[in-house]
Design a binder for this molecule. Structure first.
Ligand code: NAP
Length: 300
């Protein structure tokens, strides 16, 4: 079989075109004296979390939007943190609230996420927003799955009628993406299989994929023998693998990327694929939240 030239699905151009599309909506809010504003709650000093918060903050600043980080020590109690969320819910300066995950082990993340006002839940993790998504009427779509849809659209990777296989069933990536791809709408209509650690013989399913999305947090889990030629692959994984560079690590995905060259039709690189879109969709959702405040539709 002739070698395929694997298309690299870069996230940055997709993010830039989303920022351009948001510009008129941002300008319209500014004329009403509304500057979309995000409150970020960061607990502890996990270096990866700090890095993510930094890139989100930079994107907001670059567009002239507000992002304020509220940093608490890892020793904060769950009740104190719930008090912080209550204050931010009631604070009219902020349209969106983001609780950076993971939270320290002693804190029940579900309880904290449940406390965020669903109208300010720009991460889309509140059960109300996940329920709206599941019922096919999304308000705030979780940023990473939303970003994946935008990448597929931008690069004209078909979804409808195809067999999409998702590896990973987290509430952040796998489950919402399952709904988005399976729902009966113009961006979905795929047949979806979702795999996890309870799946017997993972390769049996991944080999059937026309579209494969991998969000397992396991570096190099998917190898060339596990996919069929011509597959489209979205690699969500973001794993730090120690090396002898100055940083002491490098970022790799969940897919053995070099093995896929010449085999996959397309692949999102790590870094530079899904990551920039997660940030862009956070901006998108915060603009939508500000529009809701202004009495607009806040379209998803
Ligand atoms: P998570 O909550 O740890 O979930 C991982 C999922 O993968 C679980 O459902 C788990 O199954 C499944 N899994 C793990 N090992 C597996 C295996 N060997 N075979 C089959 N399934 C397996 O992770 P997450 O938050 O969804 O994140 C996944 C990855 O994406 C991480 O690397 C994370 O850093 C990255 N991520 C990147 C972005 C971005 O913007 N690029 C955003 C979010 C996440 P069980 O349910 O059975 O445990």
């Amino acid at each position: 079989m002739a070698q395929i030239e694997t298309l690299s699905l870069l996230g940055k151009p997709v993010a830039e075109s989303l920022y351009s599309a948001l510009q008129p909506r941002i300008s319209s809010l500014l004329t009403k004296n509304i500057t979309p504003a995000l409150a970020v709650v960061l607990v502890g000093d996990d270096p990866a979390s700090k890095l993510y918060v930094g890139s989100k903050t930079r994107a907001f600043k670059r567009l002239g939007l507000i992002s304020e980080t509220f940093n608490y020590p890892a020793t904060i109690s769950e009740d104190e943190l719930l008090g912080v969320i209550d204050k931010l819910n009631a604070d009219p300066r902020f349209h969106g609230i983001l609780v950076q995950l993971p939270l320290p082990g002693a804190i029940d993340s579900n309880r904290v996420l449940l406390r965020v006002d669903p109208l300010k839940d720009v991460d889309g993790f509140h059960p109300t927003n996940l329920g709206l998504l599941l019922s096919g009427q999304p308000r705030y779509i979780p940023c990473t799955p939303h970003g994946i849809l935008a990448i597929l659209e931008h690069y004209k990777i078909p979804v409808a009628g195809r067999h999409a296989v998702i590896v990973g069933r987290s509430n952040i990536v796998g489950k919402p993406l399952m709904a988005l791809l399976a729902n009966k709408w113009e961006r979905g209509n795929a047949t979806v299989t979702i795999c996890h650690t309870g799946t017997t013989d993972l390769a049996q399913y991944t080999r059937q994929a026309d579209l494969l999305v991998v969000a397992s947090g396991r570096p190099g889990l998917i190898t060339a023998d596990m996919v069929r030629p011509g597959v489209d692959i979205v690699d969500v994984g973001m794993n730090r693998v120690p090396d002898d560079s100055e940083k002491g690590y490098r970022l790799v995905g969940d897919v053995a990327a070099e093995e896929m060259l010449g085999r996959a039709h397309s692949l999102t690189p790590v870094p530079g694929g899904v990551g920039p879109m997660t940030v862009a969709m956070l901006v998108h959702n915060t603009v939508a939240a500000a529009e809701l405040t202004a009495g607009g539709s806040g379209s998803a």
